[in-house]
Design a protein around this ligand. Sequence first.
Ligand code: ZN
Ligand code: ZN
Length: 441
Amino acid sequence: MFKKKKNIIFLICDGMGDRPSKHLKYQTPLQTAVTVNMDKLAESGMTGLIDPIAPGVPPGSDNGHFSLFGYTLNEVPGRGYLEALGYGLELKEGEIAFRCNFSTVKRNRKGLLYVIDRRAGRIKDREAAELSKAVQNEINEIDGVEVEFHHTLEHRGILILRGNLSVEVSDVDPHKVNEPVLKPLPLIKSKKAVETARIVEKFVLETYRILNNHQVNVEREFRGLPKANIILPREAGGKTLVKSFKEKWGLKPACVAQGPLYRGIAKSLGMKVFMVKGATAMPNTNYKGKIEKALDLVEEYDFVYVHIKAPDVSSHKRDSKEKTDVIEKIDEAISQIVELSIQNLSDTVTVITSDHSTPCETGRHSGDPVPILISGQGLRRDAVKSFSEKHCSSGALTRLTGRHVMQILLDQLNMAMEEGLKMPKPSPYFRADYEPLRLKK
Ligand code: ZN
Ligand code: ZN
């Protein structure tokens, strides 16, 4: 039998990978930032570059994460579902959830609704909550399908449709301004998808009817603010039956994350989710608190996934200086991990990587590979002494695909099964349901 000795802290710095920026003398934020701790881990471990999904494919945060955790793209349940889960909303099979925005639309002469502002001037919580209540009061069900709308933050919300529905329905949100609101279409040939598209269309038209002349919007217009006169659903998702992380890898997982999408990803894979005081999923988050929590959790859990959203936030703002600063704060926060690791005082394997690159020059996710480091007692080392996109390109892990990472880690924990053995994977060590042979009485 294998003996489990080590555990893993898996730190995902969202959108950390970047391209050289003209504002940083053609260096990346990770190259520019002073990262003594990450560099020490790189020096004492192995590094490489990862294509989270495949070379040149820009991942979304949801599928980037699923790939890093060893799942395939068709196992990703859809962002609407993951975010709903992150907000504590449960769904049964056949029920679906959408991410939504309160948006501003203007009707043209032909009766098309043109999107003027996708976020309705980033409407404040109080007003959005009032509009949300109006929608909830008027739309409880559409043709036998139960309808729930939950306002979350600012202009954002979640639509849940409870019935026997399909996630294969296109986005209503055109994702651009000065474009018409799109008619939801079935994405596959199925009765269920056609029916779902029809329900979504009814919902969207109803929200326009309810919201366009609502008192809140009349007042907003008076103050010169854009009306929040429609709700635009997108990214439908529903429960998929995937193996939990523990079943798949034999590791007992925990997660430290603040953003609802990330809490949802963790929950959907059966990870226990922990939140930390002062964590905000923004550049002003409590970096130290998150790492301290992770260090506590590795005492009890085999795999602790820590998510830090801040680098991606700065990237979308196209602020390479802020991103550099954020990376330095992450580096400071991990000093304790590094001390324990360098002095060989811990059995923890530390992984630092990213779910995708988000270059500050474009403010959008890109298909550039992301750097990774894996460091821990007794693990191989390579000649790389610094953690950056450039240095990691000559690391021992070379260029991997995201879905290979977990298998490599399992092997580093001495839990990988030798190929050819007829034993339940991932490891007999964790199989409590393993049945022993019994002598007949
Ligand atoms: Zn991301
Ligand atoms: Zn992003």
